[in-house]
Design a protein around this ligand. Structure first.
Ligand code: 5MM
Length: 338
């Protein structure tokens, strides 16, 4: 398959991406919230339960894994990447080494992980990965994000993407503008514009073939502490407008992060965006919390009750599959939940 074909398969209409690439520290927080011990056995049990769900074949085009997970063998027999491929989805891998304090602007971060990346990519390809992910993080406040942070993170994203294509995999480019803070939706629009502009500027300098990439952006949305809550219609209109103005049309797929929105909010907003999508982009989800929150709760209630964990996951995957076609509704949400 060409990189363009892989990218389109990951974002095919009715499907999206499951972001299950929580690093050990992040999964520790998630497990703590449900009183589950953060040990390898439990991490494997939770993840293989999701990857073996019925929803995988119909609604999931790709799964982003963490380094530990891509090396694991399931208790069902196949390795984790084999299990994912068996269900018709593409296995992928997070390759960044996390957001670290940025020298000279230490309240901000720059994502690290370029050293030795070429060699790590070769290994991940041999383990079955066909796409990768790298996340840059931007916080909004009076003075941030600084030009320094936008430039250094965009440069790293572009060097990462070029190396990934050289290794014959599709890079997911994730410049995340966080929802933390009290900024309004228009500030988010402006910052997302600046971040996307610089990102595509650097990708061009580094000769990245945009047809073989997927963008994973935030939606244009007010900060979580902002008093003016925008409607789903406004979020959809401003998000689509921002993407059409700042993302080159060669990019085949755009898969949003959920970024702290609730499960329902993230389905509803994605649905509104697809209802008015008149661009050439396949627009879908690449959710972590937006797909896993209910399943995680069930896992906390009883780790052995695979049926309930899978039921919760199947439901969210199906709802987001509908949203990726603009066919979700509150009525269907209730009907299928029942
Ligand atoms: C799954 O979480 C990913 C971050 O992991 P670490 O912080 O542990 O490295 C994250 O990049 C995720 O893929 C995206 O933010 C999407 O997740 P949400 O929960 O925002 O949809």
């Amino acid at each position: 398959m060409t990189l363009n074909e892989i990218a389109k398969k990951m974002c095919a209409k009715g499907k999206g991406i499951l972001a299950a690439d929580e690093s050990t520290g992040t999964i520790a927080k998630r497990f703590k919230s449900i009183n589950v011990e953060n040990v390898e056995k439990n991490r494997l049990n939770f993840r293989q339960t999701l990857f073996n769900s019925r929803a995988m074949r119909d609604y999931i085009g790709g799964v982003i894994l963490f380094d530990e997970t891509i090396r694991q063998k399931t208790t069902l027999g196949p390795s984790i990447p084999e299990l994912i491929s068996k269900h018709g989805a593409v296995p992928g891998i997070k390759v960044d080494k996390g957001a670290k304090p940025l020298a000279g602007s230490s309240d901000e971060t720059v994502t690290e992980g370029l050293d030795g990346l070429r060699e790590r990519l070769e290994e991940y390809y041999n383990l079955g990965a066909r796409f990768t992910k790298w996340r840059a993080v931007y916080k909004i406040s009076d003075k941030f994000p600084s030009a320094q942070s936008i430039k250094s993170n965009s440069h790293a994203l572009a060097r990462y993407a070029a190396l990934v294509q050289e290794a014959k995999m599709v890079p997911i480019v994730e410049p995340e503008v966080l929802m933390d803070g009290s900024h309004n939706i228009d500030t988010c629009y402006q910052v997302t514009t600046d971040v996307l502009n610089e990102c595509y500027n650097e990708l061009e300098i580094h000769k990245v073939d945009l047809k073989g990439t997927v963008l994973k952006p935030n939606m244009v949305i007010a900060g979580s502490k902002c008093r003016d809550k925008s409607s789903a219609e406004e979020i959809a209109k401003k998000t689509l407008d921002c993407l059409k103005k700042n993302v080159p049309s060669e990019v085949p797929g755009i898969a949003f992060l959920s970024g702290g929105q609730s499960e329902i909010e993230s389905s509803k907003n994605l649905n509104e965006i697809n209802k008015i999508n008149d661009s050439s982009f396949l627009i879908t989800f690449s959710y972590g919390r937006g797909l896993q929150a209910s399943a995680l709760k069930e896992f906390g209630k009883n780790q052995e009750n695979l049926e309930n964990i899978q039921k919760a996951f199947n439901h969210r995957a199906k709802m987001n599959g509908l949203s990726s076609k603009g066919e979700w509704s509150e009525e269907l949400e209730k009907e299928f939940a029942a």
